[in-house]
Design a protein around this ligand. Structure first.
Ligand code: HEM
Length: 417
């Protein structure tokens, strides 16, 4: 991918228009920021019809090193004031974002309890599910599309991650479609196709929460063989999850574990279509290259574009003074293309060395993606299934991108085989 020159004066990360520009334009803009103004301040705007007034603005962190520093100094850069750019009351942040919007010790307590659902034992049990679900996604595609073409995002990339979350939570298949639509609404904020108004967002949040509340209470009384039951019944240092905490964690999980993995698989398939040589390298010696190929897909796609932190004291980042209370927004999408760290960062290379690490799952620290190993597994198994059963599958249309400053999503994209 060759990038255009984008002057600083043409970059406003708070302008929704910026996030509708072609990818090359955006990556060109981030390169300009990295080289010319790596701590640039942007005033905030608010999204249409939102009752929330715009906040004081933020500094955009666009270099890999700075994202690394902030992620690993949670005492200086907290999450408790919100991990998205806009300011919401703490209760609303915790309601929608659960532990991603908390600091230790509250965060540590919650993470210790829900981590019971992500132990090697639980993940091993899920692996079988990942294999079975991936196979059934391909079976279903064969059955439903004898003409050998369909929407890759809806029929392949989106299905398996959704089903895995549902399997984890013991959610019946009949409810999967409803969960799918809920997550689209939450993460589609800003894209008119998904969210009509702020009220829609609040309504959907309430619906997911009530659903989860009922699920959590049920598993407390009638434990089943699912991770929801493990979490609801786990006792860590004498503490257990309340149904409310489970409800909020559930919102985080269905959102965090769904659209992200879908986005990685969709971008991955597109890059493997555009770069036949890379596909051949990986698919011809699958086991040997899976580790680096999966990491490269996540780096290249960077499904989560940013998360925010807030300075808890006057400090500095790489010589740049940061005042107490200032917001810093870590643009993972830019850190993952930082030429200071990655050779030819705009080249898709399935053999790219694993070190230096890409920051698509975060850059370490207490909030590092809890589902990273599960997501890696899902991506690897889905592509293994494609390689073995539909080796000629190709993307045949341009992607319809999600209009979002937060998720680098693809809504639709045709494939054929
Ligand atoms: C390719 C797929 C995924 C990507 C790119 C991704 C990315 C991220 C990122 C960037 C963070 C924040 C890291 C930080 O602030 O330091 C995060 C946190 C989180 N992710 Fe993921 N994620 C993915 C898949 C998943 C899956 C499959 C699950 C669960 C089933 C999951 C659950 C979580 C949770 C619970 C957190 C919050 C952790 C905390 O605050 O302590 N993610 N993820």
């Amino acid at each position: 991918m060759s990038l255009p020159e984008v002057p600083l004066s043409d970059i406003d990360l708070s302008d929704p228009e910026f996030w509708t520009r072609p990818r090359e334009q955006r990556f060109g803009a981030f390169r300009t920021l990295r080289n010319e103004d790596p701590f640039r301040f942007f005033p905030e705007r608010t999204f249409e019809n939102s009752p929330i007034p715009p906040g004081p603005g933020y500094r955009a962190l666009v270099r890999h090193d700075d994202i690394w520093h902030v992620s690993r100094h949670p005492q200086l850069f907290c999450s408790g004031k919100g991990s998205n750019i806009g300011d919401l009351p703490v209760e609303i942040n915790e309601f929608f974002g659960s532990m991603i919007n908390m600091d230790d010790p509250k965060h540590f307590r919650l993470r210790s309890i829900v981590s019971r659902g992500f132990t090697p034992k639980e993940i091993t049990a899920l692996e079988e599910s990942v294999r079975v679900r991936s196979a059934s996604v391909i079976d279903r595609m064969f059955e439903r599309f004898p003409g050998r073409e369909c929407d890759f995002v809806r029929e392949v990339a989106a299905l398996m991650p959704l089903q895995i979350i549902c399997d984890m939570m013991g959610i019946p298949e009949s409810d999967e479609e409803m969960i799918f639509n809920w997550t689209n609404t939450i993460l589609g904020v800003g894209d008119p196709e998904y969210v009509g108004s702020f009220e829609d967002l609040v309504r959907v949040g309430g619906e997911i929460f009530s659903y989860a509340l009922a699920l959590g209470e049920d598993r407390l009384k009638n434990p089943k063989d699912d991770i929801a039951s493990v979490m609801m019944n786990a006792v860590v240092d004498g503490e257990r999850l309340t149904a409310q905490e489970f409800g909020s964690f559930f919102i985080l999980l269905v959102v965090a574990g769904n659209e992200t993995t879908r986005t990685a698989i969709a971008h991955g398939m597109r890059e493997l279509t555009l770069h036949r040589d890379q596909r051949e390298i990986w698919f011809n010696d699958f086991e040997a290259h899976t580790k680096t190929a999966v990491e490269e897909i996540v780096r290249y796609a960077t499904p989560v574009i940013h998360f925010r932190r807030t300075a808890t004291a006057d400090t500095e980042i790489n010589g740049q003074p940061i005042a107490k209370g200032e917001k810093v927004v870590m643009f993972y999408q830019s850190g993952n293309r930082d030429e200071r760290v990655f050779d030819n960062p705009d080249t898709f290379d399935v053999r790219r060395p694993a070190v230096p690490a890409q920051v698509g799952f975060g850059a370490g620290g207490p909030h590092f993606c809890l589902g990273a190993n599960l997501a890696r597994r899902e991506i690897a198994v889905m592509f293994d299934e494609i390689r073995r059963r539909v080796p000629n599958l190709e993307i045949t249309s341009e992607p319809a991108y999600l209009q979002s400053a937060f998720i680098n999503g693809i809504k639709r994209m045709q494939c054929a085989w």
